[in-house]
Design a protein around this ligand. Structure first.
Ligand code: NAG
Ligand code: NAG
Ligand code: NAG
Ligand code: NAG
Ligand code: NAG
Ligand code: NAG
Ligand code: NAG
Length: 850
């Protein structure tokens, strides 16, 4: 090509780059991709082409793959180390597929900037007649070179900083090599390799590590059987799965998402965060679902040898020494420099009855030896107990998860224990594993009472036994406050116990400050009315300010209620196990004689009912007050929060919990108007495969009780869904379910349904929010609410669908709600049952004679 011709082409390209865009998802043999041209995958999800970071001068050109969304997010870069530099007008980089089956990027002078380096295709070209190679951008974002039906090269094998669904983070077990994500040099501008990388740990292949340069910066927990595959529903309505495949050749993690999901990706950022993000179509922005490390305290080795980061306290995460250890250098430690870590107070003599202390839900330390083969828990424990240089061990039961039929995985540690985190209970249930730490035999007696709980837990230890243990433990161990973090169980011989039992031991989850009854009497001025802030199902609630200035709510169970003690135990055990931002937090408890007290976090805004309904009266005087408190966005936030809390109870916690008394007064609001579900006094726990249960004692609140529950005593997650539907309609309309006088309609549900049927759903909207409301969202809520209060429990959606619909915001696929038959017929009956006058919202018990 002579120089005149090439200049002409360049000028043409510079002037009209957009017109040159060519269709198709392929680059055929001999074809070229030029500046300004793109290839889009068949399906339109991804685009391949040249891009230039916005602030790059001189202009650098890279070949990349990005999502076809408004915000150009590059997920893969070819020539990240060798950009085509625009110098004057001589730039004319091109990407071409050569006859030896390679994609080659070259600049104007024909200099090769980047190549796929495939060698396989050459032999074919020389010998047999073959179909020509072709490069194709698939709709999952993978760029592949194919020849004769075989994939010769694919971009998924050469990740840059991003993992997208169907891509693997893999380690080859023979070569100990795997692809690593490498961050960009800086977030917006420079795709050249930055200092952070992320991939499978080549030493052990049992964990993933993030490196800053060559130094570990953060690491995941070690694989255990039950953690190998995870899934959860993200805020965009996408279900995200992480599949871990471990076979003889390789181990890999693969991201997978539900069908039709919006773009979802993991990215290793240039600032050292490994983030999971999802594209929110409605707001056209990326939402960060999670980001690691979560706290600087969890970065690699931050707390030094034998120290661990305690994240059970949330934002107040801090370094601590393992039990039996003390800061190696007290001064450094108190100055928040933890790198020297901790040392033993007393060396275990080894032999002659050393014990092992079980530390549950730990991210176990790094630098372990994996004892090869098929070990049972007892074998693993014995190997450590008989070797004096073994400081700790951990065992994972793989019998149900290993493809190769291994029974168990045994890790042992000698020397320093580095990089530990106490995880505690998490919203996704089990996390971490139990670390067994060698301790001197005599160390038990030197510990204060309550510091170590000795328990030999029979397999299904009765709730009663556990309850007693934790009452003794928590109400009498005031001095334990400092060591709240370490709920530990001493395992004397470790022979007749197993890790599963300890995992399931509910007392491990409880961490309370202990409060003396006499202190509470003093603080409440002997339960004076001035401290009273409410009445719950089984007692009164007081607001108290503790010595340390913390405000708490104290529920004093009424002495005369028969069920009191059962409900009390039930609630304490349950809430202590459940932790979710939409569930109220139990902080402690106390019993003395017949007094039973529960101590909760204090929530500034009390119950939803107080604000939703009481404000209605205020409205007559000052309309503005109510509007500003509970405008539509706030209400919608409350609805979604309650839905997420309920979803957690139903399926995302380790248990299936049926609340059985969901209602406006049991939704508490914090200072930011975030909802928290309260009052678990009547909650029931279901077994793993249990769908529903029957009871003769129907408990709940009129109006919120599902028909099948009040007539047949049959309850399930769907009876909670019913209560949720009622609550939803109340929040939208501002009308109490117990209101008797709604136009000529017998109930709020019938009223809502009638309006809906006539296409006048918006008339249901509380007039005080008419201005702030989005009609689409309100109609979606009413629609969902009506589906939730269907008479037939099977027609009601599960909370997972409710959450997904509310987050996704589309009514297209929703069934039409049926007429609520039950309430039309039985309203008069209900009148009788509630004794006419008392259509109140107090929880009631109905004894059902069946
Ligand atoms: C990008 O997506 C839109 C719709 O989402 C589609 O109409 C368009 O054709 C896509 N672009 C390409 C280049 O395929
Ligand atoms: C491949 O292309 C090169 C130059 O572009 C040419 O010299 C060679 O003969 C070609 N090989 C085949 C097998 O077509
Ligand atoms: C291709 O091979 C050359 C020379 O062996 C090497 O410098 C280059 O990094 C390789 N490119 C890729 C994309 O692997
Ligand atoms: C990463 O390492 C570099 C060089 O050692 C250091 O300057 C930088 O602070 C580290 N980054 C973080 C986030 O720790
Ligand atoms: C979200 O809505 C779209 C239609 O807008 C639908 O195709 C998709 O299945 C929905 N996703 C979920 C998780 O409900
Ligand atoms: C004891 O443990 C150490 C460290 O793991 C190891 O090097 C040594 O071989 C073990 N000794 C025996 C007898 O197993
Ligand atoms: C582990 O033991 C089980 C049962 O004893 C056996 O089926 C399996 O093949 C063993 N696995 C290995 C890797 O030895």
């Amino acid at each position: 090509m002579d120089s005149t011709a090439s200049t002409t082409i360049v000028v043409f390209l510079l002037l009209l780059p957009r017109l040159c865009s060519s269709a198709g998802d392929k680059i055929e043999l001999g074809e070229q991709l030029l500046l300004g041209q793109t290839r889009a995958s068949d399906g339109g999800a991804f685009v391949l082409g040249f891009f230039s970071p916005s602030n790059s001068t001189p202009e650098r050109q890279y070949i990349g793959i990005w999502y076809n969304i408004t915000d150009r997010t590059v997920v893969w870069v070819a020539n990240r180390e060798a950009p085509a530099i625009a110098a004057g007008r001589s730039i004319a980089p091109r990407l071409a597929l050569t006859n030896d089956s390679n994609l080659v990027l070259s600049d104007a002078d024909g200099r090769v900037l980047w190549s796929t380096n495939v060698t396989a295709g050459v032999a074919d070209a020389a010998g047999r007649s073959t179909s020509p190679p072709v490069a194709e951008l698939l709709n999952n974002g993978n760029l592949v070179i194919r020849s004769n039906g075989a994939i010769l090269w694919q971009s998924f094998d050469h990740p840059t900083d991003t993992v997208i669904p169907e891509m693997k983070v893999q380690l080859d077990k023979r070569t100990r090599r795997g692809a690593r994500l490498v961050s960009w040099k800086d977030a917006g501008g420079d795709p050249s390799p930055g200092s952070f990388s992320y991939g499978m740990d080549p030493e052990t292949s049992l964990q993933l590590v993030m490196w800053n340069g060559s130094r570990p910066y953060w690491r995941t927990t070690v694989w255990t059987g039950y953690l190998t595959s995870g899934q959860y529903l993200a805020a965009t309505g996408t279900t995200i799965y992480l599949d871990v495949v471990d076979n003889d050749d390789e181990i890999y993690v693969k991201l997978r998402v539900s069908d039709g999901a919006s773009p979802t990706r993991y990215v290793m950022t240039s600032s050292g965060e490994f983030q999971l993000l999802g594209w929110d179509k409605s707001s056209s922005e990326w939402i960060t679902f999670s980001s690691f490390p979560t706290h600087h305290c969890t970065t690699y080795g931050y707390c030094g040898p034998n120290g661990y980061c305690d994240i059970t306290t949330g934002a107040a995460a801090a370094c601590k020494c393992l039990d039996g250890f003390e800061p190696a250098s007290g001064g450094e430690w108190s100055a928040s420099r933890f790198s020297e870590g901790c040392r033993r107070k007393e060396a275990p003599p080894c032999g002659g009855g050393d014990g092992f202390l079980a530390l549950p839900r730990m991210k176990v330390p790094d630098k372990f030896s994996t004892l090869v083969g098929n070990m049972t828990f007892d074998e693993c424990a014995a190997r450590c107990a008989t070797n004096c240089s073994c400081e700790a061990y951990a065992h994972a039961d793989l019998s149900s998860s290993s493809a190769r039929g291994d029974i168990g995985r045994c890790l042992v540690w000698a020397g320093e224990l580095i990089d530990m985190v106490m995880i505690g209970q998490t919203t996704w249930g089990r996390a971490g594993e139990t670390l067994y730490l060698r301790v001197p035999a005599g160390s038990t007696s030197s510990r204060g009472r309550g510091n170590v709980v000795k328990i030999a837990v029979p397999i299904l230890a009765s709730a009663l036994v556990l309850t007693c243990i934790f009452f003794v433990y928590f109400c009498k161990s005031r001095e334990n406050r400092r060591k709240r973090e370490s709920q530990k169980t001493l395992v004397p011989g470790s022979r007749n116990t197993s890790s599963e039992l300890l995992e399931e031991n509910p007392t491990q989850d409880l961490e309370f400050p202990s409060i003396r009854f006499s202190d509470i009497v003093a603080a409440t001025d002997n339960f004076s009315k001035s401290c009273l802030i409410g009445r719950g199902g089984f007692g009164k609630v007081y607001k108290v300010t503790l010595e340390n200035g913390q405000e708490v709510a104290i529920k004093r169970l009424s002495k005369d209620s028969d069920q009191g003690i059962e409900e009390f135990k039930n609630e304490a055990i349950l809430i202590a196990k459940l932790q979710h931002r939409n569930l109220v937090r139990l902080l402690g408890c106390c019993t003395e004689g017949s007094e039973k007290l529960l101590i909760y976090e204090y929530l500034a805004n009390k119950g939803l009912d107080a604000i939703l309904f009481v404000m209605m009266m205020l409205m007559l005087f000052a309309d503005g007050a109510r509007k500003s408190l509970l405008d539509w966005p706030t209400r919608f936030g409350i609805i979604k929060g309650v839905a997420r809390g309920l979803l957690y109870l139903h399926q995302d916690s380790r248990l299936t919990v049926i609340h059985r008394d969901l209602k406006a007064s049991n939704i508490l609001l914090d200072a930011e108007m975030r909802p928290k579900i309260a009052d678990f006094g009547m909650a029931k726990i279901f077994g793993e495969n249990q769908q529903k249960a029957n009871t003769k004692r129907v408990v709940g609140t009129y109006g919120y009780i599902a028909p099948e529950y009040s007539t047949e005593g049959s309850f399930s997650v769907k009876s909670d869904v019913y209560s949720f539907g009622v609550l939803l309609l109340e929040i939208v309309s501002g009308i109490r379910i117990s209101s008797t006088d709604i136009m000529e309609f017998p109930s709020l549900i019938v009223y809502a349904w009638s309006l809906w049927k006539e296409g006048k759903a918006k008339n249901l909207i509380d007039s005080s929010i008419a201005e702030s409301s989005s009609l689409d969202e309100v109609q979606l809520c009413i629609h969902v609410g009506l589906l939730c209060v269907e008479d037939n429990p099977n027609s009601r959606p599960l909370m997972s669908s409710v959450v997904s619909i509310l987050e996704n915001g589309s009514t297209t696929f929703l069934a039409m709600p049926n007429q609520p038959a039950y309430f039309a017929q039985t309203t008069s009956e209900m009148d009788k049952m509630t004794d006419g006058s008392s259509r109140n919202t107090m929880t009631m018990t109905v004894l059902q004679g069946r």
